[in-house]
Design a protein around this ligand. Structure first.
Ligand SMILES: *Cc1c(COP(=O)(O)O)cnc(C)c1O
Length: 408
């Protein structure tokens, strides 16, 4: 069994340890929910204040030019690009994941000729399911849902009528990591386009969209990228689709010549055509500061530390006797551990009272996210010890832990 002293030694040798100082974290909290809302980067408040007080307050409307506001979706996109293995001009930042998903699904269906089937996953995050329903309804398409970790995906593709496949790279409930290269190849072999949702993989592990020849991808920036609550999302469109892709929300920020103020829409070149309207610049400022932390960070080191931490947490929580939904094989694991218990909500609340923050996903998942930029191995040790204690002592049975709050 790994001891706390072993963990302290791992921290002393950790090549990412210095990055914790880039974050503002409460002293008495072990934060294992960075896969829901990333922690606050220390530079964010100053950067937001600068945007509000100087750029807006003094610069006023000139800041659209002087401070690069107009190009922010592209300059931020270019900074997200290396985190997802894409070229700078293939990524734009703007709107939310749900909206961007709608845009790329419609664009993919329009590229797919006569094919009118969208294959998704039965257990995907609800917004992906709902948006797929909305896009399919608009486009006269049908939806098929499969278990992407079983044989269902290959069977669905073999029908030969699939226009587009949408999968999450990492499953939000179980933490299972999908084989992006293999699945994209399979979709293409059957004439389908491949859309990836990167919400639970960007910033958690190296993502290689270009190398895998993915067609489109979306992802949020408020989880592992620490962009702040409701931070704008990103859209990736492979360069080979830039000329032909047509998304449905044809606003002026995606126009080829927006300041000509012409009467008809003409799409911009590159991924810019996936933009629609004006963006939240205050939120952009926060995201810009959050992305600074990623400069020079080796994603292979992030991945190695993430796997070490999830492996350690699985080892140390074994005495709690909870089943795990997270794959044991490291190459199939994202950056979270999901333990199962019907009273998991009360257990997570009881843990919260001990300063360990995880979350709960209905019906029975206790979810713990591991963020290598700001977590220490001793934190993993302490969190695991607290969980074992909560389960063994039965303290979670206290009635006050059972009442569900709005956000679980
Ligand atoms: C977090 C998450 C989203 C979030 O969508 P929003 O539009 O930002 O609310 C979407 N899809 C998946 C798979 C997620 O994990």
């Amino acid at each position: 069994m790994t001891t706390r002293a072993d963990c302290a030694r791992l921290d002393a040798a950790d090549p990412l340890a210095h990055l914790r100082a880039e974050f503002t974290l409460p002293e008495d909290v072990v934060y294992l929910d960075g896969n829901s809302l990333g922690a606050l980067p220390r530079a964010v408040p100053g950067r937001v204040a600068d945007l509000v007080e100087r750029q807006w307050g003094r610069g006023l409307v000139a800041s659209w030019n002087d401070e690069g506001w107009w190009d922010a979706p592209r300059t931020l996109g270019a900074r997200v690009a290396p985190l997802v293995g894409a070229a700078a001009e293939e990524v734009v930042v703007g709107d939310g994941t749900s909206a961007n998903l709608f845009k790329v699904l419609v664009a993919a269906l329009r590229l797919a000729g006569d094919r009118r089937v969208v294959v998704g996953e039965a257990g995907n995050f609800p917004t992906d399911l709902y948006v797929t329903q909305g896009a399919a309804e608009l486009m006269g398409a049908t939806e098929r849902r499969v278990d992407p970790d079983g044989p269902g995906l290959a069977a669905a593709l073999a029908a030969g009528d699939v226009a587009v496949v949408l999968l999450s790279h990492v499953d939000y409930r179980t933490g299972a990591l999908r084989d992006m290269a293999g699945i994209t190849r399979l979709a293409h072999a059957h004439g389908a386009l491949m859309v990836w949702d990167l919400c639970h993989s960007v910033g958690a592990l190296p993502v290689r969209l270009s190398a895998c020849e993915a067609d489109f991808a979306v992802g949020c920036t408020y989880k592992y990228l620490n962009g702040g609550p409701g931070a704008p999302a990103f859209t990736y469109a492979a360069a080979r689709h830039h000329d032909a892709a047509r998304q449905p929300i044809t606003g002026w920020h995606g126009h080829a010549d927006p300041f000509a103020f012409t009467a008809d829409y003409r799409p911009a070149a590159g991924a810019s055509r996936f933009l629609s309207g004006s963006q939240p610049l205050v939120a952009h400022a926060a995201l810009g500061a959050a992305l600074d932390v990623w400069e020079g960070v080796d994603l292979d080191l992030v991945r190695a530390k993430s796997l070490a931490m999830t492996g350690l947490f699985l080892e140390l929580t074994a005495p709690a006797g909870l089943a795990s939904a997270t794959p044991r094989a490291p190459e199939r694991r994202g950056s979270q551990v999901s333990l199962l218990h019907p009273d998991g909500y009360a257990m997570v609340r009881a843990l919260g009272e001990r300063g360990v923050v995880g979350d709960f996903r209905a019906p029975d998942v206790l979810r713990f996210g591991f963020t290598p930029l700001y977590l220490r191995y001793v934190d993993v040790f302490d969190a695991a010890a607290a969980l074992v204690e909560v389960v063994r002592s039965g303290e979670w049975r206290e009635p006050r832990f059972a009442a569900r709050r709005t956000v679980t």
